[in-house]
Ligand binder design. Structure first.
Ligand code: FES
Length: 67
């Protein structure tokens, strides 16, 4: 499902960014550029990222990527 229409970013891309090492919302933003234009997607993107991070925390401790 598209989350950010300005940048053509899907929820899958946000989750994949976390699986590849992003460990907070700012890192996901840096990697995906979500919210880089109008910003209307920010609230939903943040919720998806926080949800995915909490799932990751429950599964296994992970080290933080460098961006
Ligand atoms: S919808 Fe994401 S920046 Fe506009």
């Amino acid at each position: 499902m598209y989350i950010c229409l300005c940048k053509d970013i899907t929820d899958h891309q946000l989750r994949e960014s976390i699986r590849q090492g992003a460990c907070d919302f700012s890192q996901v933003r840096r990697r995906c550029q979500v919210g880089a234009k109008c910003g209307k997607c920010m609230q939903e993107a943040r919720m998806i990222v926080q949800n995915e991070l909490s799932i990751q925390d429950q599964c296994a401790p992970m080290s933080c990527g460098n961006g």
